[in-house]
Write a protein that binds this ligand. Structure first.
Ligand code: PHE
Length: 355
C-alpha cells in the first residue's frame, strides 16, 4: 500500500469515528482543502507520463468521491443527533409545580378597571381611550361648559400653557366628544383613564381615575340609565341588594343631571355595602345635553342618550376596604403586597370578578 493509500484509509476511519461537528470540519479541510491530501496528490499529475495520466486521475476521482460520500453521511448523522439532543434538553415539564414567580401584584385600580370593563362588556359596551393632555374644546367647550364655569378656574385645572388652551383633562368626558366626532351613532362605550384636578385630602388626589360611560341611540331615556347603573353596582359589589340614591345635580353637559351615592356602614373597620346610613358619592350622570350632541355632529332630534362618570378609586376603596385614597399612589411595596391582586387571576364574569 502506498503512503497516500495509507493516509486515505486513516482519514476514512477518522471521519467514520468522529462524533463532533468541529472535529469532522477539521478533517474536511485536511482532506479536501486547498492544501489537503487530495489536491496534493492531484499535483503529481503533471509529472506523470501521458499514458498513466488518465487512469491516475480516474482513480483519484473515485477515491475523492468515496471520501465525500463518507463525509456527507457522517456529518448529517452528527447534525441530526445534535438537533435531537437540543430538543430533548429544551423539553419543559409542564407537570412540575410552579416556582416562586408571583412577585408582582396588580394594583387595586387596575384590578377595578378590569372588573368594570368586564361588567360593561357583558351588556354590549366597548372600551375607548383618550389622551391625558387635552385641548380646551374637548375638555370644556364641546361639553357645553360656559366661559365662566368654576371648573375652568386655575384652582381646579392644571393648565399647560399661558393661553389656557391645553390642560391635563379634568374628567374623562372629553372621550365622549372624541368618540362621537370620529364615528356615527349609535354609541355604546366606556372609557377608563387618568384625570387631574388640583385637590388633595383623604378622598381627593391631584391625579385620580374615572370611567366614562356613554350610550346614545334612538329612544334612550333616564330609565335605561338607572337600570344600567343598578346592574353595574350589583355586579361590581357582587351583592344582590344595594342602597343607591340619585341626587339632583348639575353638569353643563347633561340635562337632567344626577349624582349617585351608595349606602354603606362600617363594622370593625370593615365597609359593609348595601346597609347602614352612610353615603359615598361615586358617580355623576345624566341625559346628554342636546348642545353636546350638536357640537359632536349628532342629530339630537333622532338620537339621545345618557352619560356617566364613575370615580374608579372610590369604588376600589369601598370594595376593598381601603381608607385613604392617598395611599393608592404612594408606591409603597408593602401596601401593594397587601392590597394587590394575583396577576394570574384575571377577572371574568363567569369565574368571578375578585377572589
Ligand atoms: N365629568 C363629570 C365629573 O367629572 C362626571 C359626569 C360624566 C357627569 C358624565 C355626567 C355625565 O364630575
Amino acid at each position: 500500500m502506498s503512503e497516500f493509500e495509507k493516509k486515505i484509509a486513516e482519514y476514512k476511519s477518522k471521519i467514520k469515528s468522529s462524533s463532533k461537528i468541529e472535529e469532522i470540519d477539521l478533517l474536511r479541510s485536511e482532506v479536501f482543502g486547498k492544501n489537503g491530501i487530495i489536491n496534493l496528490e492531484f499535483k503529481k499529475l503533471v509529472e506523470l507520463p501521458l499514458e498513466e495520466k488518465k487512469s491516475f486521475a480516474a482513480n483519484l476521482n473515485k477515491i475523492k468521491q468515496e471520501l465525500q460520500d463518507i463525509y456527507k453521511t457522517k456529518s448529517t448523522e452528527i447534525l441530526d443527533k445534535d438537533i435531537i439532543e437540543k430538543v430533548e434538553k429544551e423539553k419543559i415539564d409542564i407537570t412540575l409545580p410552579e416556582k416562586e414567580f408571583k412577585i408582582g401584584k396588580v394594583h387595586p385600580v387596575s384590578q377595578v378597571i378590569d372588573e368594570i370593563s368586564c361588567i360593561f362588556s357583558e351588556i354590549g359596551f366597548s372600551v375607548e381611550e383618550g389622551p391625558d393632555v387635552e385641548n380646551e374644546y374637548n375638555n370644556f367647550t364641546a361639553l357645553n361648559t360656559p366661559e365662566n364655569h368654576p371648573a375652568k378656574d386655575m384652582h381646579d385645572t392644571f393648565y399647560l400653557d399661558k393661553d389656557m388652551k391645553t390642560m391635563l383633562r379634568t374628567h374623562t368626558s372629553p372621550v365622549q366628544v372624541r368618540t362621537m366626532l370620529k364615528g356615527k351613532p349609535p354609541f355604546k362605550i366606556i372609557a377608563p383613564g387618568r384625570t387631574y384636578r388640583s385637590d388633595s385630602d383623604q378622598t381627593h388626589t391631584p391625579m385620580f381615575h374615572q370611567l366614562e360611560g356613554l350610550h346614545i341611540d334612538k329612544g334612550i331615556n333616564m330609565g335605561h340609565l338607572k337600570g344600567c347603573l343598578n346592574y353595574f353596582i350589583k355586579e361590581f359589589f357582587e351583592v344582590n341588594k344595594i342602597k343607591m340614591r340619585f341626587r339632583p345635580s348639575h353638569f353643563p353637559f347633561t340635562e337632567p343631571s344626577a349624582e349617585v351615592d351608595i349606602g354603606y356602614r362600617m363594622e370593625n373597620n370593615k365597609i359593609i355595602i348595601g346597609e347602614g346610613d352612610k353615603w359615598l358619592e361615586i358617580l355623576g350622570c345624566g341625559m346628554v345635553h342636546p348642545n353636546v350632541l350638536k357640537n359632536c355632529k349628532v342629530d339630537s332630534k333622532k338620537f339621545q342618550g345618557f352619560a356617566f362618570g364613575i370615580g374608579i378609586d372610590r369604588l376600589a376603596m369601598l370594595k376593598y376596604g381601603i381608607n385613604d385614597l392617598r395611599s393608592f399612589f404612594e408606591c409603597d411595596y408593602r401596601w401593594l403586597n397587601h392590597y394587590g391582586f394575583d396577576p394570574l387571576d384575571v377577572p371574568t364574569n363567569y369565574r368571578g370578578l375578585s377572589r
